[in-house]
Unconditional design. Structure first.
Lengths: 176, 150
């Protein structure tokens, strides 16, 4: 009776395993079929492959390169010719930021955009930055500002770290 | 098992199934409507190579919606539950990975628009969904509801 039970159980488990495998494969194939066929017929069709390289992402559709070097950014900063905008969340900005930089967190951009940019003319050089080589907040913010009509927007990639390592002026929260 | 306990177990099973089903459908529809924005979200996680980003953004929301529908209707439960557990584990792993390395990305969990950056709270929500999914796994692959899971 015990053996019979074991045989019955193992058969059921085996069947269940096979059933799961074919169902998983069928669901994946169905999702791929639905996704790709509907994508072919939609207006906002997504190409199967895009160029997601950093170089492409730092270049506008008209071919203007958005990245600015630390030296260029430093020169504009000391000439007081550019507005630095920090795209990180407000907590990070409060802990420390490039001296006199404005805070416009990407996640709150729609609420804070008008208030932060009201004193900036559209042709003023603007440098956006965040932290980390892979940080996308400054890219998103730069593209948003370009869409909003600002004509001279650049990105200092990994700006916060680079700025600190170069011992350039910062405002930092004083810890107790 | 008494009838009362059986009914209670059935109630939990069907509730978990419906809750997870609605969550997956809700999570997928915005991604289906805005494939480009979802591809951006996938890119921002900085995990997949460039060649897989658009492909993933095209099929993944459809897999989620299929899972949601199948959970609600109650068909192909073994396969659906395996996908639920797999995807939730992958999502939690991706969230933890980015949170640990300090990359501030839009979660993209329920919406492709900005404003929902990843946090411990996001991970806890996903862990709660995974708990439901693991519960369903044990129910479906246990003996109690085999007849209802085929």
């Amino acid at each position: 009776m015990f053996i019979q039970f074991r045989e019955k159980t193992s058969k059921t488990l085996g069947q269940q395993f096979l059933q799961s495998v074919w169902q998983c494969c069928a669901m994946l194939l169905l999702a791929v079929f639905l996704g790709f066929s509907i994508n072919q017929f939609r207006d906002n069709r997504l190409p199967l492959f895009d160029d997601w390289s950093m170089e492409t992402r730092l270049t506008t559709p008209s071919g203007v390169r958005l990245e600015i070097s630390l030296i260029e950014a430093k020169n504009l900063f000391f000439q007081q010719a550019a507005v630095m905008i920090d795209a990180r969340p407000n907590d990070d900005y409060e802990k420390g930021h490039i001296k006199s930089a404005k805070s416009l967190p990407w996640h709150d951009v729609e609420q804070k955009f008008m208030e932060v940019t009201k004193d900036i003319s559209v042709d003023t050089p603007i440098i956006t930055y965040c932290d980390g080589e892979t940080c996308e907040l400054s890219h998103h913010l730069a593209n948003f500002l370009l869409d909003m009509g600002f004509t001279n927007v650049r990105i200092l990639v990994n700006g916060w770290t680079k700025w600190q390592h170069a011992d350039l002026p910062i405002d930092k929260e004083v810890s107790d | 098992m008494t009838n009362k306990r059986k009914n209670l177990s059935r109630f939990f099973y069907h509730s978990a199934r419906l809750i997870l089903g609605v969550i997956f459908i809700y999570a997928s529809y915005d991604k289906i409507l805005h494939p480009k924005a979802f591809a951006e979200v996938v890119y921002n996680y900085q995990i997949l190579p460039g060649g897989l980003i658009n492909v993933t953004a095209i099929f993944l929301p459809w897999l989620e919606i299929l899972m949601g529908v199948f959970l609600i209707v109650g068909v192909w439960m073994p396969g659906t539950i395996i996908w639920c557990n797999t995807l939730l584990v992958v999502y939690i792993g991706a969230l933890c990975f980015n949170l640990a390395r300090g990359v501030d990305v839009n979660c993209g969990c329920f919406s492709t628009t900005k404003g929902s950056s990843i946090s411990i709270e996001t991970i806890l929500w996903d862990v709660a969904f995974l708990t439901l999914s693991v519960y369903l796994f044990f129910v479906v692959f246990g003996s109690k509801f085999n007849e209802g899971s085929k």
